[in-house]
Design a protein around this ligand. Structure first.
Ligand SMILES: Nc1ncnc2c1ncn2[C@@H]1O[C@H](COP(=O)(O)OP(=O)(O)OP(=O)(O)O)[C@@H](O)[C@H]1O
Ligand SMILES: [Mg+2]
Length: 265
């Protein structure tokens, strides 16, 4: 009896301190099952790396979490609140949960204007404008653009645009960050800088990010979630996951980057 009470009380404490709780999340797009009964919990701070083969549903999951996709079944709670009942609606949720998309999407504006683009309100925008350097430094881009903040953002390389999008996401001061392959088009130096930045950010807020680079996933530590065919196959501490994965599918994926999970049943 006491054991049962202790377990329930521990679960309640974990839920309260966890930033994100997903229960039974399922999604269909064009009649196809894309996510199937996904259950996931993120701690209040720290890094969680989402890995899995192409088409596993990683991007779709991130898009459900910040409300870019709205027609899913199940439950998503952030800081204990049901995202369907989020005060201020989906737009407010999207400011709370920053999502850096897989493809960089810069606006036809200057580099500076792109950084402050998402900030609402004249005074808040002015205050943020004074901190453009800070956000660009956090995104490891400052040194490359300091002399040309007024130039069109579209003149930047794809890797630079990706980092500009990260700076823009940070300027809104999100309370949770979702990063979809943020280093995919970066050279090793920028990759390293972004990794350091992600590590620092994860000291303050939860970061859920996607990578196909397993070495990088291992390097960044934290938690790992392995997905295939819309399902979570295994999740756990990064070190243990890579050292001794519990599932055969995980072992195959770590060794060969292929998964034969059989798809949704
Ligand atoms: N808008 C859409 N309409 C129909 N199907 C979609 C849509 N978006 C994604 N899908 C399908 O959902 C599945 C999961 O796609 P998703 O982009 O989430 O995969 P992913 O794990 O992010 O892959 P990658 O590693 O290649 O980015 C794929 O089969 C994809 O074709
Ligand atoms: Mg993707």
């Amino acid at each position: 009896m006491n054991t049962q009470i202790n377990i329930e009380s521990r679960q309640r404490t974990q839920a309260a301190s966890s930033s994100l709780q997903v229960r039974g999340l399922s999604l269909r797009l064009d009649g196809r099952v894309v996510l199937r009964d996904v259950t996931l919990q993120l701690p209040a701070t720290g890094i969680t790396t989402l890995i899995g083969p192409s088409g596993a549903g990683k991007t779709s999951l991130l898009r459900c979490l910040n409300g870019l996709l709205e027609h899913w079944q199940g439950e998503v709670r952030i800081a204990g609140k049901d995202t369907r009942q989020w005060p201020g609606g989906w737009d407010a949720l999207r400011r709370h949960v920053g999502l850096l998309g897989q493809k960089p999407c810069v606006f036809p504006l200057s580099i500076r204007a792109n950084v402050v683009f998402g900030i609402q309100g004249f005074w808040r925008r002015r205050r943020a404008a004074a901190r453009v350097e800070h956000y660009l430094r956090q995104a490891a881009l400052w040194d490359e653009v300091a002399e040309r903040l007024q130039q069109p953002a579209q003149r930047l390389s794809i890797g630079q645009q990706q980092r500009l999008c990260l700076a823009r996401a940070l300027a809104v001061k999100p309370r949770m960050l979702l990063l979809d392959e943020p280093t995919a088009s970066l050279d090793p130096t920028s990759k390293h800088l972004i990794e350091r930045s992600i590590g620092r950010l994860a000291n303050e807020l939860p970061v859920l990010w996607v990578t196909h680079d397993l070495e990088q996933a291992r390097r960044l530590g934290g938690q790992v979630v392995f997905m295939c065919e819309g399902r979570i196959i295994e999740q756990g501490a990064s070190e243990a996951f890579f050292r001794r994965p519990q599932r055969l599918e995980s072992r195959e994926f770590i060794n060969w980057q292929v998964c034969d999970c059989g798809g949704p049943s």
